[in-house]
Design a protein around this ligand. Structure first.
Ligand code: ADP
Ligand code: MG
Length: 307
């Protein structure tokens, strides 16, 4: 199959409004009255963000979802995406069929459609770049820089599960049940960004970021953009049962620095209740601290870094 056959057979069925069936040079991003267009891009690579043995449909879901967490963290609703593939020459049709089936499922799940992309062959590893866009009511995008002293810090979901799944794939020894092990490895393969939460987030949050490098590292981005200090109370960080079983006494420090969570951490007035957990406070100063039993503990490495 040449690239045009690949496009018309596997990608054109995913095309949405404005994509011209993937038969033109460009697409038109639909306009939405009274809204700002929000754009983001993230690339995942074999050996870095997923394994060669991962199922193609979960690889597709991860490629899309790591972008959806960025949109959600800004209070935006997803609408469309571009897909840029570097495919090894060895890729076969079954792989493409399963990969696009994963995309189709998530398009339905999250209300997003394909607008275009690029397909090239490579002698190197598989690489998948997604550029996603969405809409937020005009002027309502939640930035990193809006945190103020007196805010509380909240996070959605649980933290560290994906990092636990990665540790298991890297053959860290453990005595987990099959169900606990599968819970964690599934989180590594397929993140669950809180997409539906975006609408509420933009009404309550002063500052927000998605957790991709590690909770502490990403809170550091809010702290520096906002010119504030953030202190996380370790006891309040939401951790799953399987992760506690995996990491025991080390669970807190490992979870808050692992990354790949694709949850949202945000600051907002104290006392709020919703699908999130209060984990700390914003105060004057700079940087991020972590306390256990009221005492600050050292954080050797706040998160993942590529270089
Ligand atoms: P160009 O010659 O400008 O590089 P292409 O031949 O790469 O154009 O693309 C032809 C059409 O197919 C375009 O509409 C493009 O957006 C679409 N397309 C190519 N690759 C992909 C892909 N991986 N996913 C979605 N659309 C794609
Ligand atoms: Mg091209």
């Amino acid at each position: 199959m040449n690239e045009f056959e690949i496009i018309s057979r596997y990608f054109a069925p995913l095309a949405g409004e404005g994509a011209f069936g993937l038969k033109d040079d460009v697409a038109l991003a639909p306009r939405r009255q009274g809204h700002d267009l929000v754009v983001t891009t993230d690339t995942i690579g074999e050996g870095t963000d997923f394994f060669a043995f991962d199922p193609p449909d979960t690889v597709a879901q991860k490629a899309l979802r790591v972008n959806l967490s960025d949109l959600a963290a800004k209070g935006a609703e997803p609408a469309g995406y571009l897909l840029t593939l570097l495919l090894p020459h060895s890729v076969h049709e079954e792989w493409l069929a399963a990969f696009t089936a994963g995309l189709a499922r998530d398009q339905t799940e999250f209300g997003i459609s394909l607008l275009g992309g690029d397909t090239s062959a490579t002698d190197g590893p598989l690489s998948i770049a997604v550029t996603a866009f969405g809409y937020v009511p005009q002027g309502k995008m939640v930035k990193r820089g809006g945190a103020r002293a007196g805010d509380a810090v909240y996070v959605t979901g649980t933290i560290g599960d994906s990092g636990g799944g990665l540790a298991i794939f890297k053959r860290e020894t453990h005595g987990l049940s099959d169900a606990d092990r599968d819970h964690l490895t599934a989180r590594y393969r397929v993140p669950w960004p809180p997409v539906a939460f975006a609408a509420r987030l933009r009404d309550i949050a002063h500052a927000s970021v998605d957790v991709s490098d590690g909770l502490i590292a990403d809170l550091g981005h809010i702290a520096s953009a906002s010119g504030v200090r953030i202190v996380v109370e370790g006891e309040r960080v939401p951790l799953s049962g399987p992760l506690k079983a995996l990491w025991g006494d080390n669970v807190l420090l490992r979870a808050v620095t692992a990354g790949d969570d694709y949850q949202i951490v945000f600051t907002a007035p104290p006392g709020l209740i919703g699908p999130f957990t209060g984990i700390g406070q914003v105060m004057p100063g700079g940087g991020v601290g972590l306390t256990v039993g009221g005492r600050e503990i050292a954080i050797p490495k706040p998160g993942y870094q590529h270089f």
